[in-house]
Design a protein around this ligand. Structure first.
Ligand code: F6P
Length: 332
């Protein structure tokens, strides 16, 4: 078969491992040929491609980012987008398109399958882990590892100076990175977007941790918000800096903020992300050869299964109350 591949949305570690597995399996088992579209859906609309063969993916297993480049382009945002996608597939005589993306990139793929009958298969990737239908997405484990290592390091300097250390992590509309890294790193409290926080309560946790003679680490998702009042971010980089400033003002304890930002998305993928990405890649090729258009490969337990793309993108997967409660046991 002739298969197109693209990586869309924000990049994450593990994308190259998935591309390598797709190409290795397709070429070695089926004699497939691959066309890589550059910069996500933008490369499909503009017909910018590179050949993807085994030499092109050699040595890429541990490399972060994506050798294809990425963008947040929505091919269906303007008029005529679907026609341009069809034209690109026809120009390269492609039988299928494997789309590696987050919710927005995969939403376009789901629509192109349902509305235009295009032969797309999806692979879920994002450090945020916010895609429905799969236990984990490519990139999440690396982001959690980076955040946890950061918390480990901050514990020692926080204790030397008897300071509050606030760590702002990514996650967009979901607190998965925060609750996983917070639990693994022994955070004093974890604040997530799904659950507006009570600043008085956060300050109580901080005081209580100092009374127990530990210095507190507060983990906050970049889009967490307080339950009462506005966050004034004027002159600040984000909610983490605001929170550090407010904790210091209210408790009198010195506070410092670390904003992890894109460090969570860069660099080499963890072994677990390489494992997941490789297995997703292998199973995506199976889905293509089965003609299972509109399927997304997903992790259920330790099994790779297929779920309908349209269901996976029907909303965002967020942290539920029971999962958050597991973290709360360790607050204060
Ligand atoms: O979706 C991944 C993510 O890293 C989010 O966690 C974060 O909010 C956003 O992308 C950052 O986007 P950008 O790279 O455009 O700044």
């Amino acid at each position: 078969m002739r298969i197109g591949v693209l990586t869309g949305g924000s990049d994450c570690p593990g994308l190259n491992a998935a591309l390598r597995a797709i190409v290795r399996k397709g070429v070695q088992e089926h004699g497939d040929t691959f066309t890589g579209f550059l910069d996500g859906w933008a490369g499909v609309l503009d017909d910018r491609t590179v050949p993807l063969d085994i030499p092109a993916v050699r040595g890429t297993l541990p490399r972060g980012g994506t050798i294809l480049g990425s963008s947040r382009t929505d091919p269906l945002a303007g008029t005529g987008g679907a026609g341009r996608v069809k034209a690109a597939l026809a120009a390269h005589e492609l039988d299928a398109l494997i789309v590696l993306g987050g919710v927005n990139t995969l939403t376009a793929a789901a629509r192109l399958v349902d509305e235009e009958g295009l032969p797309c298969v999806g692979v879920p990737k994002t450090i945020d882990n916010d895609i429905q239908g799969t236990d984990y997405t490519i990139g999440f484990d690396t982001a959690v590892t980076v955040a946890t290592e950061t918390i480990d390091r901050l514990h020692t300097t926080a204790e030397s100076h008897k300071r509050v250390l606030v760590v702002e992590v990514m996650g967009r509309c979901s607190g998965w990175i925060a609750i996983h890294a917070g639990l693994a790193g022994g955070a004093n409290c974890v604040l997530i977007p799904e659950r507006p926080f009570d600043l008085d309560r956060v300050c109580e946790y901080v005081e209580s941790r100092f009374r127990a003679s530990y210095a507190p680490i507060v983990v906050v998702s970049d889009s967490a918000v307080p339950a009462k009042g506005e966050v004034d971010l004027k002159g600040l980089s984000g909610v983490g800096e605001w929170l550090g400033r407010e904790i210091e003002r209210r408790t009198g304890h010195e506070a410092r903020t670390t904003v992890l930002g894109h460090i969570q998305r860069g660099g080499t993928p963890t072994p677990n992300d390489r494992w997941l990405a490789t297995r997703f890649g292998l199973h995506a090729v199976d889905a293509v050869h089965d003609g299972d258009w509109g399927a997304m490969v997903a992790l259920h337990g330790t099994d790779i299964v297929r779920v309908p793309l349209r269901e996976a993108v029907s909303g965002t997967r967020t942290v539920d109350a029971a999962r958050y409660a597991e973290n709360e046991i360790f607050f204060g």
